[in-house]
Ligand binder design. Sequence first.
Ligand SMILES: *Cc1c(COP(=O)(O)O)cnc(C)c1O
Length: 376
Amino acid sequence: MIPFNRPAVTGDEMTCIAQALKAEKVSGDGEFTQSCQRWFEERFDCAKVLLTTSCTHALEMAAILTEVGPGDEVIMPSYTFVSTANAFALRGATIVFVDIRPDTMNVNEQLIEAAITDRTKVIVAVHYAGVACDMDKIMDLADTYKLFVVEDAAQGVMSRYKGTALGTIGHLGCYSFHETKNITCGEGGALLINDERFLERAEYVREKGTDRSKFYRGEVDKYTWVDIGSSYLPSELNAAYLYAQLRHADEIQNDRLNSWQAYDRQLQPLAEAGAIEQPVVPLECEHNGHMYYIKAKDGNERARLLAWMKECGAMGTFHYVPLHLTEPGRKVGRFHGADRYTTLESERLVRLPLYYGLKSDEIREVVDVVWRFYET
Ligand SMILES: *Cc1c(COP(=O)(O)O)cnc(C)c1O
């Protein structure tokens, strides 16, 4: 059996966790939290990174920091994870879904402008499969209409757009270290603060609405309630696990990219024969090998392909059900314009097994299973 995912393990995790225990500091914001944050700040040239308990929570922080509320509108694709929308819906905002591009499955940047109203406050750019949205266009729109851009870069850690790290382009960026992502600590995330106006409040919001971070740095002599907030600070144990992974980040990334390219090469003849479609990576995007997917003819064919893969012991999976088709999605949001690609393209997408340590003969086996489906 070839599973769809195996969480990455680098071998250093226990050593780092033991170190955290020895330091007798297991609550948040200790040495390992600081080290992880510095790692991202230095490597991605980012003003400030705050580890969080998840990407979901980083998104919730972004919604609090951009001060969206009832009546405000937030533009995003419908083809995304529930947390992208929930974070803003929890603040009472209205979600405005815009159609995706069929080539990258990212929001169609050409359709955003028509969805902007005088209530629009935020555009959320979701970088599907670690392949960047058209950030030049999106940042231009934000400039023109005075909007905030939040990057949901949950899948885009270590990906780049025109050489710049995803998560560092919008006003705020959100990462995920969930076990299904490239670099993981089980459950975890980060908020990237690229606009200094958010810096002070971000620390308050993450620390239950208090200035405890300032207190620890000796900047105030007691800490107190200064803002709204919640508990978004991960434990040092999670940070220690994450740090062990960061030490091997390039190794994990290269291994995934090799697997991605092997799939792409070996499936090309099938795409050329017109049986499947392969993912498109625009020239300005350097991706991180987060996901390899193919597209079947339609939803019907996909269901049969998934069943066949399961029978053969090579686990393919579907992905998001578009949010605007769900009950909560209809309640908190509306789809602007025509749903030309979101539903149709999402129905035929199949993700293939891809994880750190996937072997080349396993890739060949998965490819062979897909080949045999289309031969019969
Ligand atoms: C995984 C994911 C999330 C949620 O991440 P968590 O860390 O599990 O909260 C949000 N958005 C996208 C696009 C994701 O892929």
